[in-house]
Design a protein around this ligand. Structure first.
Ligand SMILES: NC(=O)c1ccc[n+]([C@@H]2O[C@H](COP(=O)([O-])OP(=O)(O)OC[C@H]3O[C@@H](n4cnc5c(N)ncnc54)[C@H](O)[C@@H]3O)[C@@H](O)[C@H]2O)c1
Ligand SMILES: O=C(O)[C@H](O)[C@H](O)COP(=O)(O)O
Length: 360
């Protein structure tokens, strides 16, 4: 008899290595692990499941979990907008996500994006100001990387500011005036700090000419239709977009107007995915009162690291051997038709990418 019935997204690495013998130190047998495509996990699949491990494409809610035996849900992601946490709490289902797991990958994506834009548009990064919206795990890391290179950053994060965080924050109006704006907020539809369409037509119109907007948070943080309209009306602004409103749908007209377009892979470093699964392994162990017998460092690849030189000129060319963001853009643009159905495939077959910045 298996000890635990586990259903896991097919795109999550190391689930077998970490979960199949979980509990075996207590004399229990192998657990049963069923791998499924995240977008198609159904209530039927979970009838006998104890543990459900998902990524961001599985909507976890009453519709999925009612009348199943699931007692633990883990999401190997930073974002949790696909999970109805209130429903889980009300039904005594333990929930855990993986805060910060792929923050480094996103920070490296943003750094490379800015370096690419600066090279293409002949901008001197020592004279550029970057506005960061959201200074949590990802935003803070972006700030650290940019400031270490001497790039000026301004930060907007009203929830942190209101909580008494001592860092210096600026208003959203001030962020709009920056040369580069990058979004690192969770997706929230309601409440005092809702981020739905936080970057709207008015915001984009207020940005200076020759500026850059990066969205690697969640698609609907940027009003995609407004972004298209603003560009179509002739505004001189560049977009680098990793996330899309209504994924796996992609607004192809907007995509045609982007400098870089990628299929929600900003955080897709190998290490980020491994950390995501590992954080769930830790959470399940804690839930069951078990020790973490497998150390994380035995699972992570040893990647070659980029040398911080402090030199801003030629930055993109020095980063490119470590992360080629143009290749990611090309993969997405090669999809000429029916991108909705090919979006998940692009993500599933994403080439291995390793983190190149050493400890910050
Ligand atoms: N593209 C990707 O591959 C990828 C990878 C990782 C995370 N993400 C997205 O990035 C988001 C941020 O990740 P994180 O780890 O930094 O999350 P986090 O929770 O650590 O930080 C989010 C920050 O945003 C702030 N915030 C909330 N509402 C705000 C508002 N209205 N205006 C300004 N700031 C606001 C919060 O106070 C917090 O400091 C995630 O929720 C996820 O949606 C995307
Ligand atoms: O929130 C996150 O952690 C990221 O958006 C994550 O990389 C999304 O990847 P997915 O779970 O869809 O594979």
């Amino acid at each position: 008899m298996p000890m635990w019935n586990i259903v896991a997204d097919e795109n999550m690495p190391l689930v077998e290595e970490l979960f199949s013998t979980l509990g075996s130190e207590q004399g229990r047998n192998n657990n049963q692990i069923k791998r499924l495509a995240g977008r198609h996990i159904s209530r039927k699949d979970l009838a006998d499941a104890d543990i459900l491990l998902v990524r961001s494409i599985t909507s976890v809610n009453r519709q999925l979990l009612e009348e199943t035996s699931v007692k633990f849900v883990g999401s190997a992601t930073i974002g949790t907008d696909h999970v109805d946490t209130k429903y889980l709490a009300a039904n005594d289902i333990k929930f855990s996500s993986a805060p910060g797991c792929n923050a480094q990958g996103v920070a490296e994506y943003v750094l490379t994006s800015i370096a690419y834009w600066a090279e293409l548009r002949d901008r001197d990064l020592s004279e550029v100001t970057v506005g960061i919206i959201g200074a949590g795990n990802v935003g803070s890391r972006v700030i650290k990387v940019l400031e270490r290179l001497g790039i000026r950053c301004l930060v907007n994060d009203p929830p942190l500011e209101d909580s008494g965080d001592a860092r210096h924050f600026v208003s959203l109006d001030r962020i709009q005036q920056c040369d580069v704006v990058t979004c690192h907020v969770p997706f929230t539809r309601s409440g005092q700090y809702a981020t739905y369409h936080l970057v709207d037509e008015e915001f984009l119109e207020s940005m200076p000419n020759n500026s850059l907007l990066i969205n690697s948070a969640r698609g609907a943080v940027l009003d995609n239709k407004a972004a298209y309209r603003v560009k179509q009306a002739g505004k001189n602004i560049d977009y680098i977009l990793d996330v899309w409103e209504g994924e796996p749908e992609v607004n192809v007209e907007l995509m045609a107007k982007t400098l870089i377009a990628t299929p929600h892979i900003a955080g897709y470093s190998q290490e980020g995915k491994i950390r995501g699964t590992y954080q769930l392994y830790q959470a399940v162990n804690q839930w069951l009162g078990l020790e973490n017998t497998i150390p994380l460092n035995t699972l992570l690849p040893q990647a070659p690291k980029w040398h911080w030189s402090g030199l801003l000129s030629g930055l993109y060319q020095s980063l490119k051997p470590y992360y080629d963001i143009q290749a990611d853009d090309k993969r997405m643009r090669q999809v000429k038709t029916d991108i909705r159905n090919k979006f998940d495939h692009l993500r599933k077959t994403y080439p291995q990418r390793l983190e190149f910045l050493d400890t910050l």
